[in-house]
Each structure stands twice: as C-alpha cells, then as structure tokens.
Design a protein around this ligand. Structure first.
Ligand code: FRU
Length: 491
C-alpha cells in the first residue's frame, strides 16, 4: 500500500489518480484475481487535455496499486474511452502462446481533424496485452473501425462476447444513439443495427450492453447503459439505462422509460467489468464521480476527481418493470472500524458521538416507517465554519433531498451550488433501509436495498467534524442504526 495522501479533499477509500486529471473509467477487466482499471487521464495538468489511459490494479476492489500509463496519444490521435476483453480463445491471434491476450478497444480522437472540421476524426482502434494486462501494444492495423457514418460523434466502444451468436459485439455511442457492430476476431467489424429514442437530440456517451439474469428467476434480459451529456436527473451529465432484449442483431427496449442508474449529480460514464467472477446474474461496475458541468473547476489542487466505489449490479422486477439495483462491493466493509450504535428513537436533533471521524463513515440504517411520525428526517454533516451537507428524507412526499448548497466555499462553479438535489424514494413500505458512505468529499447513498442510488460530491474548507441525526414534527424510529468508522486505504 502507498503512503497516505493527506491533501485537502483527498478521498480515503475511493480510487483517485496520484496526480492530475482523470475522467471516465475505461477498459476494466478481471483475470486470475486481479481487477484492472484504466481511466481517461491527462498526466500533465489538472484539467482535461490530450487523453491517455491511466492504469491501476486491485485484488479486492478497495486497495489500488497505481501502474504506469497504459496507452498514450500517437499519430492517430488521443486515446479516448473504451473497453477491454479477455480473449479466451485467442480469436484475435494476438497471443503466440497459451496465455489469452487482453484486447482493448478505444477511440482514436484526432484533434487536427476535429479542428479542420472533418467528420471522421473519431475512429475505433485496438491495443493488446500478452502479459495479463500489464503492458500494451497498439495494433498495427489501426483503426479497425473507420467512421463512414458522416456523424462526428463516434466513440467509446464497449465490447462483449455474445455466447448465443458466438460473436463479439461492439456498442458504440454515435451522437444521439448507439450503433452495434459484430466481429469474429475483434479486428473485422460489421454493422448490425442502431438504437435510439425518437426525437432525442442529447449527446450519448459511454454505452455498455450486457445480458443479466433477473434475480430469483431463470429469465434473463439485456441491459443497455448509456451516459447522457445533458439534462441529468439533477442537472448536467448522468448515467441512464434501458432494459430490453437483444437478438444478436437488434436491441429492443421494453416499453416504458429510460431509467437513471443514479439520481445524484456525480456518477457519470458508469460501465462494467469484463470477465468478473460475478455470482449468479450480478455484474460489477464503476463510475466517474463528477459532472462535466464543473468537473474541471472543483477545488482540488494536485489531482482532479475520484471514481465511485465499485458497485455490484443486479436486475430485479418482473415483465415490463425491470430495474437495476446497485450496492457497494462487499469487500468495502473490510475497511470498517469501530461501530457506534445510534439511538433507536430520535426527536428533534441528536449529535452522534463516538470513536469515528464524521467525514469518513459508513452508516447502516433501517427506518421503521410505521412507528416514525416525523414528516422529514435526516443526517447532517458540518464543520466549525458552518458549512454543511444535509441529507433529508421527506416521508410524506416520498423523496430524498441532498442539499450541498452550503457545503463549502462557493465561487468555483454556479451550477454546483444552484439548488438541492432530489430523488424519488418509496416511503410507503414498512421499513426503509439506507446505507450512506461518506468519504471526505463525497456521499454515496443506497436506499431500499439498492433501488435508489445517489452520489454527490462536496468540498468543505475543512473536513466535516460533526454528524447530526434529526427529525422534524415528530419521532424518527430506527429498528437498526450503526455508524462505522472507516479506515483509510493509504495507511
Ligand atoms: C465522456 C467522454 C467520452 C470520451 C471521453 C474523452 O465523459 O466525453 O465520450 O471518450 O470523455 O475524455
């Protein structure tokens, strides 16, 4: 493990680059107990620039080892987002022995072509590794998928193996829709079909298509994750998904709505791991914990941005009404330290005292909604400067509100502080379970067994030092309530 990072706002149990700019997670795969993570990286500045793939590896998805940059810009351009697959059968022929090659697909983005106004400055290329993902060689036949669509936005290839048709499938974001391509060998790609929403003009990015078992059943459905560049649930960028069927050529969405994977402002470009040892039907993913509205302005000095905690996805529901649920990876609980129980009845307000740092805590609550009479209840973190982030559950109106409008010094962005963030939350059940992860500069909330996901970041001028639990107009009853201290991964 590395030396402790103690700069202001540095998360203590989330993945961050050692220094400089990071955006989307890229190319994640698992092999022999190692989880690889790549990411959009600009090693020369704390703002976006010529994109590289940064690289890190972990055995437990909690502690990460930073590795050298995996892919750097070349004569074809910057290295934009993409994916990687373990090519078990060596269909690509990149391996000369029995070790399966890892094949990465990414977008080559040519800034000169973009400037010149050409419409084919984004093309898809490959790189491969024959040492289990540690070092990478770009394919000399790049690009493998030129852009003949006439549409300028043509990027973020996500590849899966489709066992039904025995074919590699590439899902690509093409402006306001996705396009699917098929290949036997990862080098030769054939157009299959496209999927979009009639009349949509928003920019789609970072798609991810995969099959999933529906929990507690033998049925399976296909999930298509798509990040959307504007009009996220609380402004700016956000990650959405569709549930439907894929017949090897066409994706057909179930009737109904595009759904949000996360209602907070800060979970973008969420995509999943290839080849992860998922138990029955589950799938592992991670998102970039920021928002393009202010990502380049947030007040960190030496690096910019963090990833969400890795999350386990599950598909629940029944025909016509499937939804994804997401929970933090179980291994995260290994960082828990001393446990402080919460009072089971809270009236008005109570400061939570115990052997934990309020800025870095893992809370597990079950609210007894039948006994609770408070109309609104919640948790507030604050510091001596009077800065605070407030999480409120409005029991009557069935919503959750995260208010970071007073969370710290303003001025770096207007959008960041504009208004509290809301999410619909089912409060008509007998109980409401809530898991909250606070880590210096972020809160991730998982409600109703992972059905509600909510991620927001904040930047107080000194770490929050007080935790308060409160109830308005009545009592809050907890049937379970524990605050766990969280240990840093840097010690
Ligand atoms: C999403 C995105 C991708 C692109 C990358 C560039 O955040 O815009 O579409 O590949 O970032 O860094």
């Amino acid at each position: 493990v590395e030396s402790r990072f103690s700069e202001p706002h540095r998360p203590q149990f989330h993945f961050t680059p050692e220094a400089n700019w990071m955006n989307d997670p890229n190319g994640m795969f698992h092999l022999n107990g190692e989880y690889h993570l790549f990411y959009q990286y600009y090693p020369d500045s704390t703002v976006w620039g010529p994109m590289h793939w940064g690289h890190a590896v972990s055995e437990d998805l909690v502690r990460w080892k930073h590795l050298p940059v995996a892919l750097a810009p070349d004569s074809l351009g910057y290295i934009f987002s993409g994916s990687a697959v373990v090519d078990h059968r060596n269909s690509s022929g990149f391996s000369q022995d029995s070790t399966p090659p890892i094949v990465a697909a990414f977008t080559h983005h040519d800034p000169v072509g973009e400037q010149a106004g050409t419409d084919d400055f984004q093309v898809q290329s490959l790189a491969y590794s024959v040492d289990k993902g540690y070092t990478w060689t770009k394919y000399d036949g790049n690009p493998v998928l030129p852009n003949d669509t006439g549409i300028r936005d043509f990027r973020d290839p996500k590849i899966i193996w489709n066992p039904q048709t025995e074919q590699w499938i590439m899902t690509l974001a093409v402006y306001d829709r996705v396009k699917f391509y098929g290949s036997p060998d990862l080098k030769n790609w054939q157009y299959l079909s496209e999927f979009g929403i009639e009349g949509d003009t928003r920019l789609w990015e970072c798609p991810d298509l995969f099959p999933m078992r529906v929990s507690d059943s033998r049925d399976y459905k296909w999930v298509l994750i798509v990040s959307i560049q504007q009009e996220g649930p609380n402004g700016g960028t956000g990650t959405s998904y569709f549930v439907g069927d894929f017949d090897g050529t066409n994706f057909l969405a179930d009737p109904g709505q595009q759904q949000w994977l996360d209602y907070g402002a800060d979970n973008y470009a969420f995509v999943t791991w290839d080849n992860a040892p998922a138990t029955w039907g589950r799938r592992l993913g991670i998102g970039w914990m920021s928002n393009w509205q202010y990502a380049q302005q947030v007040p960190t000095a030496t690096w910019r941005s963090a990833m969400t905690v890795p999350r386990v996805l599950e598909l629940q529901g029944e025909a016509g009404a499937y939804h994804l649920i997401a929970k933090p990876v179980p291994s995260l609980a290994g960082l828990r330290g001393e446990a402080t129980p919460l009072d089971s009845v809270i009236t008005q307000s109570k400061i939570v005292n115990g052997n934990f740092d309020p800025s870095m805590a893992d809370l597990d609550l079950v609210v007894d909604l039948q006994e609770t009479t408070a109309s609104v209840f919640g948790i507030t973190l604050s510091n001596a400067q009077g800065e605070q982030v407030e999480i409120a559950i409005d029991r009557i109106n069935g919503l959750m509100r995260v208010d970071r409008t007073q969370s710290g010094p303003k001025g770096f962005s207007e959008d960041f502080f504009k208004r509290p963030h809301d999410a619909p939350l089912n409060t008509s059940r007998a109980t409401l379970d809530l898991r909250l992860l606070f880590d210096v500069a972020s809160v991730e909330i998982f409600g109703n067994r992972g059905a509600l996901n909510f991620t927001d970041i904040y930047f107080p001028s000194s770490p929050y030092s007080q935790m308060e639990i409160w109830a308005r107009d009545g009592e809050l009853h907890l049937s379970e309530g524990m605050v766990y201290a969280m240990n840093s991964i840097w010690e």
